[in-house]
Structures are given as structure tokens and as C-alpha cells.
Design a protein around this ligand. Structure first.
Ligand SMILES: Nc1ncnc2c1ncn2[C@@H]1O[C@H](COP(=O)(O)OP(=O)(O)OP(=O)(O)O)[C@@H](O)[C@H]1O
Ligand SMILES: [Mg+2]
Length: 378
């Protein structure tokens, strides 16, 4: 078939790899996906690599203005390509698939700035190097075309969520709990909406690192033993982001350690570190639940993906805040929680090769549907 872009591509089922390194800055998730237009895609393999400590620290540092960022970003991009290539090699080895039979890799890159309000979003990535390392075509830079069309450039996953998780006759919502949290709303009448609700794990991870010396609060056990400080929660929720209407997207540019410090110092009563953790967990749960109730009052099921789906405390807070809604990890709906975002970027790479748009203007606010991404041939 010849696509609207004039490329000749196959519409037979094909293999695609998705690579996601998200705002939690924990590492890379990769999946091998079998997909054909119009049929639900299938995950064949999953592999993950944590960021080496130095690279993780450098990505954190590159999230804020600092010395010699261009040079440092270029070097960090090369290290990221090496890590991406390791994940690809593991996927191919584990599944016994050759590089030649993979049509493309969708490589998200590492977001270090997200300022659609200023007309840009920036992901550190080295797609040309990755194509050289793997001998597979790479699709990258998924967000900038939507931003160029006046959109938020995020979230980009709702179209994939509809392809995989839609249930006939039911209003279903998908929640991705990464560093930040985003909802996809799959209405029974066929409409799809979506937006970032606010912080997911990012502030929880920051506070756990600072007070426990761990990259995250495993299962949310520490938060579960703390008390939610209602006055502090009210103060957090007064941030204007939560009342803004969609389209909207957020990240470390809006919610960062200094944001938290500002609130803690403005808060009259002293809260213990553990109570702060409980209150941050409540912030994620309440901001998601409020947004969901407002945007999809008849929702009956909330499918949860992303690493935050493993935070038992966070899930029980969500369930409490959403009585009558079945809240459960995406494992029950066919794809394990940590594989969904990477699978989405494999699917988005396929859309790009097919010359098909994959942003949803009702979600991102873009002027229209756009073919996303740039292709680096094998
Ligand atoms: N066992 C667990 N208990 C509590 N939290 C967990 C657990 N496992 C993972 N997490 C949380 O999940 C995070 C990683 O999730 P994930 O990789 O989905 O986020 P991400 O990289 O920010 O992705 P994205 O930005 O694409 O949504 C960790 O930083 C941690 O906060
Ligand atoms: Mg991650």
C-alpha cells in the first residue's frame, strides 16, 4: 500500500519495538509488539534496564537550567542510545527474532523540558545513533509535530489505549501512573478524551529518596503508615493546574522539589516527613479522582498502568476516592502495567510508517490530526 505520505508499506501484521524512558527517570522499558492496522496489538516480549546512577543524575540535572547543557545533552543522548540498544538486543534475543524482521523502533527519548505554552517540548534522544547500533529503522520526536500544530504534544497514548482497552458499551478510563499521571477517557459513544491530571510518582519518589534513601516508596508502605494532613492537601490542590480545563499537560516544569518546599514552608503546622508522603499520595489520588469524576461521571472501570500500579497504597487511596468504580492494574486487561507505555510507542511508530495520524486533536488541542515522528531508516 502507498500511504498518504507516499511511502510504500505493508499492512500485514508486523513487529515493532517501543522504548519508553519516562519522567520518573527510573530507566527504560521496551516491548516487542506484533501489530496490524485494525486488530488489537499483542506484546511478545518485555525488557527493562535501570538508568546507571550517573546518567540518572545527569538527566535530573538537565531538567533545570545549568552549565553547558548542549554539550552535556549530546553526551547523555549517546548514553541513552547505548541503553536503548541493550534493551533492543535483549528483546531480540529473548524472543528469537532477527533485527531484519522488525519494521521499526519507536524511541521516545528523555523529556527534559515540556513547555507547549512556549511552543516547544524537548526530549534528549539520539535516533540516528540508535538506528546505526540496531540496524532497524527508528521513529523518534513524536511530540513536536503536535506542538507545532498548537497542541500540548501530550498525552499521545489515548489512541493506543482505545485500540487496546476499549470495552463496547461502557465508559472506561485508563490511568497511567508514571512520574506524572495522565487519563485516557474512552467513552462508550466512541469519543476519546485525555489529559495529564498532575503529579503521579515524581514527588513521591523525590520525598522517598530524600528521607528513606530509596528511589521510591516500595508498595507505598511508608505513605500507608503516615497521616494525610488535610490542610496541606487543600493547599496542594489549590495549585491552578488542577482547575485548568483540558487540553493540558504537565511535568517537572510545573511540579518539582522547589514547588513542594514552597508549600511546606507556607504550611503553618509542622508535618512529619511520613505525613508529607501520605499527603503526596493523597494528592495524586485526589487529583486523579476529581478529574475523572468531573470528565467522565458514568465511568465504571479504571484501568491503571505505569509503575505506580505497583504502589498498593496509592491504588487503595484511588479506590477509596472512587467508590463504585472498579480500579485495577492493566494486567487484568491484557497488558502488564509496566509494558503499556512502551507498547504505545511501538504502535505509534507503526502509525508513522503507515502515514497515519496518531494525535487526537480533542486531547492535545492541536489544530488537526497529524502524522507524528521523524523516521531514521535502517
Ligand atoms: N513496587 C513499587 N512500589 C511503589 N512504586 C513503584 C513500584 N514499582 C514502580 N513504582 C513507581 O513507578 C515508577 C516508574 O514508573 P514508570 O516507569 O511507569 O514511570 P515513567 O518512567 O515516569 O513513565 P511515563 O512518564 O512514561 O509514564 C517508579 O519511579 C516508582 O515511583
Ligand atoms: Mg519508567
Amino acid at each position: 500500500m502507498t500511504t498518504p505520505c507516499g511511502w510504500r508499506v505493508s499492512t500485514e501484521p508486523g513487529l515493532f519495538i517501543g522504548l519508553m524512558s519516562g519522567t520518573s527517570l527510573d530507566g527504560v522499558d521496551g516491548v516487542l509488539l506484533e501489530s496490524a492496522p485494525g486488530t488489537p496489538p499483542r506484546v511478545l516480549a518485555h525488557a527493562a534496564r535501570a538508568f546507571p546512577t550517573g546518567l540518572r543524575a545527569e538527566f535530573f540535572a538537565l531538567n533545570t537550567a545549568d552549565f553547558d547543557e548542549l554539550h552535556r545533552s549530546a553526551l547523555a543522548a549517546q548514553q541513552l542510545a547505548d541503553l536503548y540498544a541493550e534493551v533492543v538486543a535483549t528483546l531480540l534475543r529473548d524472543s528469537g527474532v532477527s533485527a531484519a524482521s522488525v519494521r521499526a523502533i519507536g524511541a521516545h527519548g528523555q523529556t527534559v523540558r515540556h513547555r507547549p505554552d512556549l511552543g516547544y517540548t524537548a526530549q534528549i534522544n539520539a535516533p540516528a545513533l540508535l538506528a546505526e547500533r540496531c540496524g532497524i529503522a527508528v521513529v523518534a520526536d513524536f511530540r513536536s509535530r503536535d506542538v507545532a500544530a498548537g497542541g500540548q504534544g501530550a498525552p499521545l497514548v489515548p489512541a493506543f489505549h482505545r485500540a487496546v482497552f476499549a470495552v463496547a458499551g461502557a465508559d472506561v478510563a485508563i490511568l497511567n501512573l508514571g512520574g506524572f499521571a495522565n487519563l485516557s477517557l474512552l467513552f462508550a459513544d466512541g469519543r476519546t478524551l485525555g489529559f495529564d491530571t498532575g503529579p503521579g510518582n515524581a514527588l513521591l519518589d523525590h520525598w522517598a529518596q530524600r528521607h528513606l534513601g530509596h528511589p521510591y516508596d516500595a508498595q507505598g508502605a511508608w505513605a500507608a503508615g503516615g497521616a494525610v494532613r488535610a490542610d496541606l492537601l487543600t493547599q496542594f490542590l489549590a495549585d491552578p493546574y488542577f482547575s485548568r480545563v483540558a487540553p493540558k499537560s504537565t511535568g517537572r516544569d510545573d511540579f518539582h522539589p522547589a514547588w513542594l518546599e514552597r508549600h511546606l514552608s507556607a504550611h503553618a503546622a509542622q508535618a512529619s516527613p511520613q505525613d508529607v508522603q501520605a499527603t503526596l499520595a493523597a494528592l495524586t489520588a485526589h487529583s486523579v479522582a476529581e478529574a475523572l469524576r468531573r470528565a467522565m461521571p458514568a465511568v465504571c472501570e479504571l484501568v491503571i498502568c505505569g509503575g505506580g500500579a505497583r504502589n498498593t497504597d496509592l491504588l487503595s487511596r484511588l479506590q477509596q476516592a472512587l467508590p463504585g468504580v472498579t480500579c485495577r492494574p492493566s494486567d487484568h486487561s491484557g497488558i502488564p502495567a509496566e509494558q503499556v507505555e512502551a507498547a504505545a510507542f511501538a504502535w505509534l511508530a507503526q502509525q508513522t510508517l503507515l502515514g497515519l495520524p496518531s494525535n487526537l486533536p480533542a486531547v492535545t488541542g492541536a489544530a488537526g490530526p497529524r502524522v507524528l515522528g521523524a523516521v531514521y531508516p535502517a
